[in-house]
Design a protein around this ligand. Sequence first.
Ligand code: THU
Length: 129
Amino acid sequence: MKKLLVDNAIEAMGRAYAPYSGFSVGAALATREGKIYLGANIENSSFGVTSCAERTALFSAVAAGEREFSAIAVVGGRGGEIKDFCHPCGICRQALSEFCGPEFEIYLYNGREIKTYTLSELFPESFSL
Ligand code: THU
């Protein structure tokens, strides 16, 4: 599953719209049933409007009716070249925490190895109402 999700994240990265930062990100989100939703970062000339790859994938999946997720893979790099791990930003961690439990897995790939985290490791003591 890890390799499959990472491969999907790499494919998704190819769809990034990142003319301002030049930094492409791809994400592949797996539902508990094994369906995969892709996301890429989509930038905007009003910078704050930009959507990260993780939220693009999450919101596509939720809009398609999904509510239960098992893992997400994230890759990124300048010009789409994967050299380092691309850690999800704080807003995306909060967005994932709305739908994903503490055991939800996050796979990061730097072009050589896959690092695995749980959501509770990357986003402990999270806010919820
Ligand atoms: N970006 C993501 O897509 N995901 C993250 O978790 C961090 C940042 C995007 C947003 C922006 O288009 C570019 O990377 C540079 O910040």
